[in-house]
Design a protein around this ligand. Structure first.
Ligand code: GLA
Length: 396
């Protein structure tokens, strides 16, 4: 820790509280930091959770925590739901920062209404209206788990499955899952592979492939919740966001797209020139009202794996995240359903309202019922393939 900070902040705080010995007496520096952090004015120290808390059996399959490393990053992933648990990179001054929300124990990932922290989402990311769609003349009925709609594959989505895992090398983890014909209502035996890898230039690359034995629909993504000031920091409204999207898909009150592609120009959805997430989030606007903030699919101008579609920066840590994808859309969600009620976040953190954002690379929500949107059909003999990269750097 910076000596000046220690003298100006920690020393007076220690002197002021009755638990003086906790700060000085037993030299347990970690405990003294934890007691400061319970105020939730800063993120808990960045560290990978104890792998023993993830080593267990679920549905007769082995669950573990896998850790990938390169020179500048550490990525922890559990094969339960293929979830990113920790993503640690350096902020300015070289201080390590864990930029994703998550939990210290597997049990928390399995609690009811868990908000999909870090999860692989399938078979269909985001909503399908009323949980119904028709393919080749046959109607399919999905699990209704979000008001009247099906969200993120239903109750039985990939986020709750134990994936088979193979750590290929220090930087690569391969996850596979076989989803049976009819699982969660979706047709076709589906074989899915997701490879997480750390790139040499500080990126987390996620590569998805899938094949089916019957015509089906598919839209895979990852539901990491980011706070570039550190998981447990109170807000993301100060983050600077640029989205290269001239249009977005407006939604009804149940968050199903209306089918239009609306220009962002002149609306709070215009992030083309960069602005803080909080700049317009409080404005009176029907779409912000429907989403309870931002919870919308942006139609990317030029999806690419070489030029970023989205850039986000924390003014506090200087951490910059760039998102590259070959998908046509990205769901920008401003953490409107986070409540901060549970205190089981990493290091005992609560994760309050709008203390994280998601950027879920995807096809558009409800595409199976919206013929004008790019198709999400997958036929036997075809291979679904998509790649997204979340790349990190630090600016002053
Ligand atoms: C997506 C949805 C949101 C919400 C979150 C999870 O981003 O669009 O409405 O369901 O997932 O809470």
């Amino acid at each position: 820790m910076n000596k000046v900070l220690f003298k100006n902040l920690i020393v007076p705080v220690c002197a002021a509280i009755p638990f003086l010995y906790a700060c000085m007496g037993n030299s347990n520096h970690k405990n003294s930091m934890d007691s400061l952090n319970t105020k939730q004015d800063a993120a808990p120290a960045a560290r990978i959770p104890d792998s023993a808390n993830f080593s267990t059996q679920v549905d007769g399959k082995t669950v573990k925590l896998y850790v990938l490393k390169n020179n500048n990053m550490e990525l922890a992933v559990t094969n339960y739901g293929g979830r990113i648990v920790s993503l640690i990179t350096d902020g300015k001054n070289g201080k390590p920062v864990d930029v994703v929300l998550g939990y210290d124990k597997l049990d928390s990932y399995r609690k009811p209404k868990e908000p999909y922290f870090g999860a692989l989402i399938g078979r269909y990311g985001n909503r399908i209206a009323k949980g119904k769609f028709t393919l080749d003349g046959k109607q399919y009925t999905l699990q209704i788990n979000d008001g009247q709609n099906s969200l993120h594959g239903g109750f039985d989505g990939f986020f709750s499955k134990v994936w088979d895992a193979k750590q290929v090398d220090a930087k690569t983890l391969e996850l596979t899952y076989h989803s049976k014909d009819g699982e969660a209502g979706y047709p076709g035996d589906l074989d899915v592979k997701v490879v997480y890898s750390l790139t040499a230039d500080n990126g987390v690359k996620i590569e998805y492939t899938a094949t089916t034995l019957k015509p089906t629909v598919i839209n895979l993504t990852n539901h990491a919740y980011f706070n570039l000031s550190g998981a447990g920091s109170p807000t993301i409204l100060d983050h600077l966001l640029t989205i290269n999207a001239q249009r977005f898909t407006p939604v009804d009150t149940t968050l199903i797209p209306t089918g239009q592609l609306q220009p962002v120009a002149g609306t709070p959805f215009d992030f083309t020139k960069g602005k803080t997430i909080g700049a317009d989030i409080g404005k009176t606007d029907d779409q912000l009202k429907n989403g309870k903030g931002y919870d919308h699919n942006f139609v990317l101008d030029a999806p690419s794996l070489t030029s970023p579609s989205v850039t986000v920066k924390s003014p506090e840590t200087g951490i910059v995240m760039q998102v590259f994808t070959d998908q046509p859309g990205i769901q920008f969600y401003s953490g409107n359903f986070l409540t901060g009620k549970d205190k089981d976040g990493k290091g005992g953190a609560a994760y309050p309202y709008r203390s994280a954002f998601c950027l879920e690379t995807q096809h558009f929500p409800n595409s199976p019922n919206t013929p004008s949107f790019p198709s999400t059909e997958l036929k036997p003999g075809q291979t679904y393939h998509s790649v997204s990269i979340y790349k990190f750097s630090t600016e002053k």
